[in-house]
Write a protein that binds this ligand. Structure first.
Ligand SMILES: *[C@@H]1O[C@H](CO)[C@@H](O)[C@H](O)[C@H]1NC(C)=O
Ligand SMILES: *[C@@H]1O[C@H](CO)[C@@H](O)[C@H](O)[C@H]1NC(C)=O
Ligand SMILES: *[C@@H]1O[C@H](CO)[C@@H](O)[C@H](O)[C@H]1NC(C)=O
Ligand SMILES: *[C@@H]1O[C@H](CO)[C@@H](O)[C@H](O)[C@H]1NC(C)=O
Ligand SMILES: *[C@@H]1O[C@H](CO)[C@@H](O)[C@H](O)[C@H]1NC(C)=O
Ligand SMILES: *[C@@H]1O[C@H](CO)[C@@H](O)[C@H](O)[C@H]1NC(C)=O
Ligand SMILES: *[C@@H]1O[C@H](CO)[C@@H](O)[C@H](O)[C@H]1NC(C)=O
Ligand SMILES: *[C@@H]1O[C@H](CO)[C@@H](O)[C@H](O)[C@H]1NC(C)=O
Ligand SMILES: *[C@@H]1O[C@H](CO)[C@@H](O)[C@H](O)[C@H]1NC(C)=O
Length: 563
């Protein structure tokens, strides 16, 4: 296989999945945190070219949602864009509550000028996540921001309390907006090389003459000797990024809600959709500032030089600007095994406490009874009926106009089929379909035909699949509802690489799945049930974020995808 082919096949799958613990209900008073998000366009020039980007409360990237395990989160979203909107929160356990997941299979999009309040609990969760607008490649224009879920006071974190917290949203970026990118794909072309990489919505520091003048870059201010928790999220379109900080070690401690075995790296590959926490100690002599770099991976790196994000790590006692060449990654992608080994180092620290005082634990994989095995095969985009589409197991997913679960509740039939093939269809031509997975409540699904023997695989929501390789994932089907499985690369997702998994409890008694929320939006076949909403024409925010903390009642559940 030619290298270009090899790289173009690279894709990262996001398994967005949840399951409920067997314990059922617990009632307890858990705090309520409430945010108001006004989503609108603002003009920004991250790569020196003015463009409309999606801001939340006037900020790009959007504000951080900070909460603690078990908090009830309420986010009242106002749509000030020119298109319908949904926000989604990958990795957040929508316990028994796929009604809040913010994807087309479960939610009607929020019409222009309307508002909608998402309401869910961060039950048994800790760690680093993010939110973003889920429809039609909109994330390519912004609208994303970090979610930080802290441990409860009485539960120790498995490292000394850091001196500070820093969130970095890294991602490839085009100077064309999401509608222009959609037109490119609709016309049957691929997106081509991005125009750059942004770090927290800003372009590269002018590290050499290849970087245009007048670009605003991000500066991270730190004090010597201190240790910071740096949360890194790849919110980009399709480029895997190598993250590194000149002269500094990255101590990996957490990924997507699980504490990991603590391992030092000089640089780390962060694939699209993934989140990591690193502890970084400011142990250098500050003879100058230091580069923070996020550069394209799994491409011809010399040709893709412009696809490099550069920010500045500035010590308070720094003696001068950063200069000289950028640091280079220690691992070489021309040796795929060495690159894969880095990911294999990610092990769950099973003895660390997570959201609960007891250890994060781990399943005894050998003893799991697998109820279903699915082999998902991602193929490069191809023409189906004259349009460019991408498939999983030969099926390119057609978005529903009525969310599946809502259709079920209201007895609208025939909107989808429960016949997603459990292996690639060798003998059939690729097709467009609304075909989803029929899953058995309390079963375990495996998405490869291999036996997993180690006991320290990490639970997470987004896992990479290397070109020509496979990744095995175990999913516990303990969360009733309809759940999205998708390729996180935005172009592939847009072209149809997704499906849903319907987890039904045949003995549903109102305890394993919440009823639809009171404010549920109707659309498609159920549009006539929707009441008009009086929209407020002017901003209700005045640029400020409203944060309210109070008390409420809660319910119980938890998440996993093993790899
Ligand atoms: C996006 O780009 C297209 C084409 O350049 C332009 O017509 C449109 O106004 C832009 N949309 C926004 C919201 O900036
Ligand atoms: C819209 O916002 C108003 C005012 O905050 C709130 O009362 C209402 O519940 C929101 N609507 C929905 C559908 O969430
Ligand atoms: C795992 O967590 C425990 C408990 O906090 C900690 O003592 C230990 O150092 C961690 N192990 C590794 C390998 O990170
Ligand atoms: C990681 O590197 C730092 C800085 O070199 C060192 O102090 C620390 O002991 C290392 N930690 C581990 C777990 O290797
Ligand atoms: C500071 O560190 C740099 C890089 O390790 C080294 O070249 C330089 O000599 C050091 N300067 C001082 C004053 O220690
Ligand atoms: C700029 O830096 C990059 C990466 O360090 C290097 O590949 C490139 O040759 C440099 N370009 C110029 C014009 O110096
Ligand atoms: C798996 O199935 C066997 C045979 O039905 C049963 O004895 C065992 O308890 C099951 N294991 C688990 C973990 O449910
Ligand atoms: C192509 O379009 C025709 C007419 O809309 C439809 O009947 C057919 O099923 C489509 N083919 C595929 C492979 O989806
Ligand atoms: C879905 O799975 C359940 C449980 O295995 C089975 O009873 C049902 O017939 C399946 N439905 C379809 C449409 O295959």
């Amino acid at each position: 296989m030619a290298a270009a082919d090899f790289f173009s096949r690279f894709s990262v799958f996001a398994f967005v999945f949840s399951f409920a613990l067997l314990s059922g209900f617990t009632l307890a008073g858990d705090p309520f945190v409430s945010y108001i998000f006004e989503v609108s366009y603002i003009t920004a020039s991250p790569l020196g070219v003015p463009q409309q980007v999606i801001a939340v409360n006037g900020k790009f990237p959007g504000p951080v949602i900070t909460a603690t395990t078990n908090y009830n989160l309420e986010v009242n979203v106002y749509n000030r864009l020119d298109e319908p909107l949904l926000l989604t929160w990958p990795g957040i356990e929508m316990r028994r509550n796929s009604w809040q997941d913010g994807v087309l299979g479960t939610n009607c999009p929020l019409p222009l000028k309307w508002n909608f309040t998402y309401d869910f609990q961060l039950k048994d969760q800790i760690g680093s996540f993010y939110y973003f607008p889920s429809l039609n490649i909109r994330r390519a224009s912004g609208g994303f921001g970090p979610i930080v879920i802290n441990n409860r006071e009485n539960i120790p974190i498995p490292f000394p309390k850091p001196d500070g917290e820093i969130s970095l949203m890294i991602g490839d970026w085009y100077t064309q907006n999401h509608t222009a990118l959609r037109s490119i794909l609709d016309s049957g072309k691929e997106l081509g090389m991005p125009d750059g990489v942004l770090i927290n919505g800003k372009g590269p520091y002018k590290y050499n003459s290849s970087v245009p003048e007048e670009i605003q870059y991000e500066t991270v201010n730190v004090d010597p000797g201190k240790t910071y928790r740096i949360r890194v999220h790849n919110v980009g379109i399709s480029t895997s990024l190598n993250f590194r900080i000149q002269n500094h070690k990255l101590l990996l401690v957490e990924t997507e809600g699980r504490y990991t075995s603590q391992t030092n790296f000089t640089d780390f590959d962060v694939h699209v959709g993934q989140s990591y926490s690193f502890l970084v100690t400011m142990d250098q002599n500050a003879s100058s500032d230091y580069y923070i770099v996020a550069s394209a991976r799994f491409v011809y790196e010399t040709e893709w030089q412009r696809v490099t994000g550069v920010s500045i790590l500035h010590y308070s006692n720094s003696k001068g600007p950063a200069s000289g060449a950028l640091p280079v990654p220690a691992t070489d992608v021309s040796h795929p095994w060495t690159v894969m080994n880095q990911q294999r180092f990610i092990k769950q620290n099973t003895s660390a406490a997570g959201a609960r005082p007891n250890p994060q634990g781990s399943y005894h994989y050998g003893q799991i009874n697998i109820t279903d095995t699915y082999i998902l095969r991602s193929m490069p985009p191809t023409k189906i009926n004259g349009t460019l589409r991408a498939t999983l197991n030969g099926i390119s997913f057609l978005n529903p106009s009525t969310p599946f679960r809502l259709a079920d509740k209201h007895n609208v039939k025939g909107l989808y089929k429960l016949d997603f093939p459990n292996r690639p269809l060798e003998d059939k031509p690729p097709r467009l379909d609304r075909s989803i997975i029929n899953a058995t409540y309390k079963g375990f699904i495996q998405t490869e035909k291999v036996h997993i023997t180690t006991g320290t695989a990490v639970s997470r929501s987004t896992i990479e699949v290397y070109p020509g390789a496979w990744t095995a994932v175990l999913m516990s089907l303990d969360n009733v509802g309809v759940w999205n499985i998708r390729v996180e690369n935005l172009d592939r997702w847009y072209l149809g690489q997704e499906t849903y998994m319907k987890v039904v409890n045949p003995e549903e008694n109102g305890k394993t799945e919440m009823d639809q929320p009171e404010n549920v939006l109707y659309c498609g076949a159920l549009k006539s049930l929707q009441k008009e909403q009086h929209s407020s024409a002017t901003s209700i925010l005045n640029g400020h974020l409203n944060l309210i903390v109070s008390l409420a009642m809660v319910l119980l559940a938890s998440v996993s995808a093993f790899c």
